[in-house]
Design a protein around this ligand. Structure first.
Ligand code: 9WN
Length: 441
């Protein structure tokens, strides 16, 4: 990165964060709070790395695939044996009781938004040595394919293309108000077998509540008793939700997988069909006619729940919504509910929603990965100037406040962990693209 000093400084700062969190073959999301490898974090991280160390970006993806289960699932955490002080740790998950778990690595038993193909395609597109990058795609293609087939085989409820999640941690937006209803639809008196460590590292006011953690741990202990068997979980789980964001990220992943199949010379008709069925179901089944917005379907109660949070813009991120709905979403995200006039976009929960809290985890603060996904979506629909405005605001936010995990949309102050990897990685991506655009003007 040369030229623009502002961009160059941010780029270097971001590189330093990624170096601090580098574990050799993988990158931890944050120095102390998250000492292992996380699924969608590593995908975002690979995208950032691919701009200045394409080989290291490929290693990031290889190390994530190393934790893949026999059924194709990539777990949400691959544990780093050298790290302690993260709860729940590997002994709690007992994944080796599943015949699908890899024998040599400790992992969690649930997954996260499947954006890995998107990352692999970006790594290829950002590589200067296309032959080497093409070889990389060829090598990983079978495992990427089995990751997406996993969702089709095991996570469809049977009636249409939508897939369900079995835990709020799978959504990536752990304590979003989106899960309040589904998570509280069952009675529970529960004491987890472990003591939380997160709220001794980060202020309790910025993390999920104990009541939420009790339910998170209840679900893990239930699935553990079922030896992580997909069919049994489907039958017994009190939490089965088809979220709009998760399904749209799956759609983005399938779109990227389709392109990768083309690049490696493999027939991709099946992937095209999976994506077609999924997109259709998102637009038909997750559209709330009364609210005129997208919601999440709860398979347990049979309800479509609309919640006024940033995840409702997911079909815009994925480029799959019809034009009239897109215009409506752009207007909404540009309103003071999501884009405070004197503050920073995008609030993760609408400021008009009673659940809005500017510093509490996924209940109001700005998250850089969400902004980044919205920026890409806006660009894909030709909203270049709103996209650029959002990118500039995002970079300004990080520049003034540091590479935090999330930010208060009113003051810009950083919360959660400092030196957060995906914030850094996506800043690298944003400054590189903004710089390219500026040079071409
Ligand atoms: C549980 C690592 C992860 C992110 C998630 C984010 C948070 C974990 C936690 O951190 O979740 O998976 O301990 O709170 O919600 O999106 O992948 O950065």
């Amino acid at each position: 990165m040369t030229g623009n000093n502002f961009f160059a400084r941010l780029f270097q700062g971001a590189q330093a964060v990624l170096k601090t969190n580098d574990l050799g073959r993988s990158t931890k999301p944050a120095p102390r709070l998250y000492p292992h490898q996380w699924n969608w974090d590593s995908a975002f991280i690979a995208i950032g790395l691919s701009h200045y160390d394409n080989q290291r970006a490929r290693t990031e993806i290889h190390s994530l695939l190393n934790g893949q289960w026999k059924n194709g699932m990539i777990p949400h955490i691959i544990f780093n044996p050298a790290a302690a002080n993260y709860q729940p740790g590997p002994e709690y998950w007992e994944c080796h009781n599943s015949p699908d778990a890899p024998p040599e690595v400790f992992t969690s038993g649930i997954t996260q938004p499947p954006i890995l193909a998107l990352a692999a395609l970006d790594v290829y597109n950002n590589a200067t040595d296309k032959q080497q990058a093409g070889e990389f795609l060829k090598t990983i293609y079978p495992r990427l394919y089995s990751l997406y087939r996993y969702f089709i085989r095991y996570r469809r409820a049977g009636t249409d293309g939508l897939t369900y999640i079995i835990h709020p941690w799978e959504s990536g937006l752990d304590n979003s108000p989106r899960w309040d209803k589904p998570l509280n639809s069952f009675d529970l008196q529960w004491q987890p077998e472990y003591k939380r460590a997160d709220n001794s590292i980060v202020d309790n006011a910025e993390r999920p509540s104990d009541a939420e953690y009790e339910r998170y741990s209840y679900l893990v202990e239930l699935y553990r008793k079922l030896n992580w068997n997909e069919k049994a979980i489907r039958r017994e789980s009190p939490f089965l939700v088809q979220p709009v964001l998760f399904n749209c990220l799956l759609s983005l992943g399938l779109g990227a997988l389709e392109k990768i199949a083309g690049l490696v010379g493999t027939n991709n008709n099946e992937i095209t069909r999976w994506k077609f069925e999924l997109d259709l179901a998102i637009n038909n089944r997750l559209w709330d006619i009364k609210k005129q917005a997208y919601g999440d379907f709860d398979l347990v109660t049979g309800n479509l729940y609309y919640t006024d949070t940033v995840a409702q813009f997911a079909p815009l991120m994925a480029g799959i919504a019809p034009a009239d709905r897109v215009e409506q979403m752009v207007r909404k995200l540009h309103s003071a509910d999501y884009w405070p006039t004197d503050g920073y976009p995008l609030c993760s929960v609408s400021r008009s929603d009673p659940a809005f809290d500017p510093i509490k985890y996924w209940r109001g603060p700005v998250w850089i990965n969400i902004n980044w996904l919205v920026i890409r979506g806006l660009e894909s629909y030709g909203f270049q100037s709103v996209a650029r405005k959002l990118a500039d605001k995002t970079l300004d936010l990080v520049n003034k406040n540091g590479f935090y995990e999330y930010f208060n949309p009113h003051t810009g102050r950083g919360h959660g962990s400092d030196n957060f990897s995906w914030t850094a990685a996506l800043v690298v991506d944003l400054v590189t693209k903004c710089d390219q655009i500026d040079r071409n003007i």
